[in-house]
Ligand binder design. Structure first.
Ligand code: ZN
Length: 230
């Protein structure tokens, strides 16, 4: 998971929502295709083309095969919460929308498919805490949370169970990124210079608006830890 800086909504989305609210429409089903397309385009850019939860690469798609729009505050209330207190204004709220992957790792469900309506103490678009400072990646490719982070038990539950981010398929992919980084480090006899680390950083997370590499979260954590030691 990486922090998402929410920008303003795209004009097609904003105008569409204004018109819908004027007509007292608040249902997700009532958004138009141009609104949906504009939202996906803007969300891809905001998130550097990575899933808001697992950081897999996501792509534009009409079929929902490659990406899905997700509500961080779920559209429907979690079990046991009264629908009348949950409200519906958040359904069209731009700040509440992120883009996620199709939510499958092999036979397992991950990300929003695994989550359903469960609550999320760690919200990538609403710090604190920021995923970059709260999360740690082990050598084996698992993602966890630092013990000194507030609500760390609830966040650990969110990572392991709610979003199923330690599904074996995701662990394997993170491990692959770490192996790639280690290979690069070994080529420099384990001692990478600041400029080498910065070059690696811009390969995983280019600053020119082009898509970031899948699981850049793992690479950035590894690279930034070394840069901080310099
Ligand atoms: Zn995902």
């Amino acid at each position: 998971m990486l922090s998402i800086t929410k920008g303003p909504p795209p004009p097609v989305w904003a105008n569409g929502v204004t018109a819908m609210r004027r007509a007292d429409q608040h249902r997700w089903q009532d958004i138009s295709k141009p609104m949906r397309d504009a939202a996906i385009e803007a969300l891809l850019e905001e998130q550097h083309h990575l899933c808001a939860y697992c950081c897999r690469r996501v792509r534009r798609s009409d079929t929902g095969e490659w990406c899905r729009i997700e509500h961080v505050k779920s559209r429907n209330p979690p079990k046991g919460v009264d629908a009348s207190t949950w409200g519906d204004q958040h359904i069209l709220d731009w700040a509440n929308l992120v883009l996620v992957c199709p939510g499958r790792a092999g036979d397992l469900q991950t990300c929003d498919r695994s989550r359903g309506n469960l609550k999320m103490p760690l919200n990538p678009s609403k710090p604190p805490p920021r995923p970059e400072t709260a999360l740690v990646y082990t050598r084996s490719g698992r993602v966890s949370v630092r013990d000194d982070v507030e609500s760390c038990d609830a966040i650990r539950h969110q990572l392991d169970t709610t979003l199923n981010l330690n599904a074996i398929g995701l662990i394997e992919q993170r491990k692959r990124v770490l192996m790639r980084l280690k290979k690069l480090a070994n080529r420099s006899s384990g001692r990478l210079s600041t400029s080498q680390l910065q070059r690696m950083r811009s390969e995983f997370a280019p600053a020119d608006g082009s898509p970031w590499q899948g699981f850049a979260s793992v690479a950035l954590s590894w690279i930034d830890r070394r840069l901080a030691r310099e």
